[in-house]
Design a protein around this ligand. Structure first.
Ligand SMILES: Cc1cc2nc3c(=O)[nH]c(=O)nc-3n(C[C@H](O)[C@H](O)[C@H](O)COP(=O)(O)OP(=O)(O)OC[C@H]3O[C@@H](n4cnc5c(N)ncnc54)[C@H](O)[C@@H]3O)c2cc1C
Length: 510
């Protein structure tokens, strides 16, 4: 039966959820607090003529979402299909990593890489189908839930005895132990450990969670390598919005939801910050779990233990985003053409040292980062002859001692110094700077703690426990109130799967 659904938040997951619900005949309104749609995946002008999005590449997106919602017809395209990853050496000797192997590495590492890739791809492949399914209820006894659990076991079993044992062993390894087993080069190891740790409160020596994050990051299939969207990630979110609009979804921006309305234990609509009341049969929140449950719903509607679990979610972000408007292309030592994902991750100790400082509320003088210059492949992002540099900078603790207002310039200096170690003329090229700290990301993008995954992505908040038990099937403890954002299964990163799965959950339950 057709329902009136409200989606709180127009991030890419909210947009995907809206589109799938509208496609199946529901009447959907998206209420977005910001002036623009897209959340952390929006492309915005940060200096006159220069545009960038907080998320910048699409390793996790798969073809199904693009095909289901006909996103190419609505403007989605890739600027580069397979962006190479280049581990920059301080001495100008670099290692290039592509889907087909390594260049510039020693013979031993070049020979070891295919087996490393084969194993990880196989493990990611075993888990991937469950990213697009509603997690099962462990004790429900329903046929669907039992089937999903059975399929999970079966997928692990069909890895074969040897790979299955390896997966069970490797899943709990710190990234450092994993790459130490395969490789010799400190530069290569630093670069490979980045994908296991970026976006989380993790560094190479952190136990237990890195493999999960790495496998999640390897779950996309839009290309064999690293896809760079045209128009920034906004190219995707604008296509999602256009597809949803074509299916009849209504959008309201600058419409902050302040309260989810509850009558007799079920969600009946929302109240906006300006006091307007909007009724609905179903309310779906793309906001992070703490905002959704504590601020918008209110602890009084929830069981005390459930509220404690939500309050305990780790939501302090560790990644800052740096956007530079460049009058000229910087020269990276020993790199003729900086087209690629440049990893300034000298070795695992340098990454670990930066994390150590952040763990105790500070930051290191040398900050590891991932840099792309998307304007090299996409002229829609900068004026002719000029460029945009987009960098994810770790580790920038949300709860910085002394506060971000007081220490923003100091952090920016550390980031620019870290960049200048590889591109000595970088400062001469810059015409404008945007630094988004986790505190800025929280304030400007309404993502609690500025966290990449809205809440830490870790074994205690994974799959049937994401964001916590009692809400891991998108349905919350309050009838008619659902979650659809990165805080839900399968987690953060641009995938649209939390949105798509939540839409399916709404359809199944109503
Ligand atoms: C610095 C950084 C870099 C990243 N880089 C990448 C990358 O390169 N590739 C990648 O795949 N992922 C990346 N990520 C992760 C990715 O951006 C996020 O996981 C993803 O955008 C989450 O999408 P979402 O739709 O669930 O939530 P969001 O994008 O956070 O959207 C939620 C929306 O809800 C709105 N909202 C919140 N509260 C309310 C309210 N009360 N009323 C109305 N609206 C509300 C917000 O304004 C927002 O628009 C990065 C994250 C960060 C922080």
């Amino acid at each position: 039966m057709s329902k009136n659904a409200i989606i709180i938040g127009g991030g890419h997951n909210g947009l995907a959820c809206a589109a799938y619900l509208a496609k199946s005949g529901h009447k959907v309104t998206v209420l977005e607090a910001s002036e623009h749609l897209g959340g952390l995946g929006a492309t915005r002008e940060f200096a006159p003529g220069f545009r960038a999005s907080v998320a910048h590449t699409l390793p996790q997106l798969d073809r199904k979402l693009v095909a289901d919602l006909d996103l190419e017809k609505h403007g989605f395209a890739l600027a580069v299909d397979d962006l190479p990853t280049i581990a920059l050496g301080l001495n100008g000797e670099h290692i290039t990593i592509t889907a087909s192997g390594l260049q510039g590495a020693c013979d031993e590492d070049t020979a070891a890489y295919p087996e490393y890739q084969r194993l990880l791809r196989r493990f990611a492949g075993a888990i991937k189908p469950f990213n697009s399914k509603r997690p099962p209820r462990i004790e429900s006894g329903s046929k669907g839930d039992l089937l999903t659990l059975g399929q999970f076991g079966w997928n692990l079993r069909t890895l074969g005895k040897s790979d299955m044992r390896e997966m069970m062993r490797m899943i709990a390894l710190p990234a450092r132990d994993l790459v130490d087993e395969f490789f010799a080069s400190p530069l290569l190891k630093g670069a490979l450990s980045w994908d296991a740790n970026v976006g989380s409160r993790l560094a190479p020596r952190s136990p237990n969670n890195a493999m999960l994050a790495l496998l999640l990051r390897m779950s996309g299939d839009l290309s064999v390598g690293l896809p760079l969207p045209r128009g920034g990630v906004g190219g995707l979110t604008e296509a999602l919005a256009a597809a949803a609009r074509a299916m009849g979804v209504e959008f309201r921006t600058s419409a902050r939801v302040e309260q989810v309305l509850i009558e007799e234990g079920r969600a009946t609509g929302v109240r906006l910050a300006d006091g307007e009341l909007i009724a609905a049969d179903v309310v779906v929140s793309n906001a992070d779990p703490k905002t959704s449950f504590i601020d918008l719903l209110g602890a009084r509607h929830l069981d005390v233990q459930f509220t404690h679990r939500i309050n305990r979610l780790r939501t302090g972000g560790m990644v800052a985003k740096l956007h530079l408007a460049l009058d000229a292309l910087p020269e990276f030592t020993g790199l003729a053409n900086p087209i690629g994902r440049l990893l300034l991750t000298r070795d695992m100790d340098a990454i670990e040292n930066a994390f150590d400082a952040a763990k105790y509320g500070s930051f290191a003088p040398e900050l590891p980062m991932e840099v792309i210059i998307p304007s090299l492949a996409d002229d829609s992002l900068a004026p002719a002859g000029k460029h945009v540099l987009s960098a994810q900078v770790q580790y920038a603790p949300y709860d910085l001692k002394g506060g971000w207002d007081a220490r923003r310039d100091e952090f920016l200096e550390a980031a620019l110094n870290s960049l200048a170690a590889y591109a000595p003329n970088i400062r001469d090229c810059i015409s404008s700077v945007e630094l988004l700290t986790p505190a800025d990301l929280e304030q400007q993008f309404n993502a609690r703690g500025g966290h990449w995954h809205h809440a830490e992505y870790a074994i205690d908040n994974w799959w049937v426990q994401r964001p916590t038990y009692g809400a891991s099937q998108y349905q919350s403890p309050v009838t008619g109130f659902y979650l659809c954002g990165a805080g839900s299964h399968p987690g953060g990163g641009i995938m649209g799967l939390a949105g798509a799965n939540a839409a399916r959950a709404v359809m199944e339950d109503n």
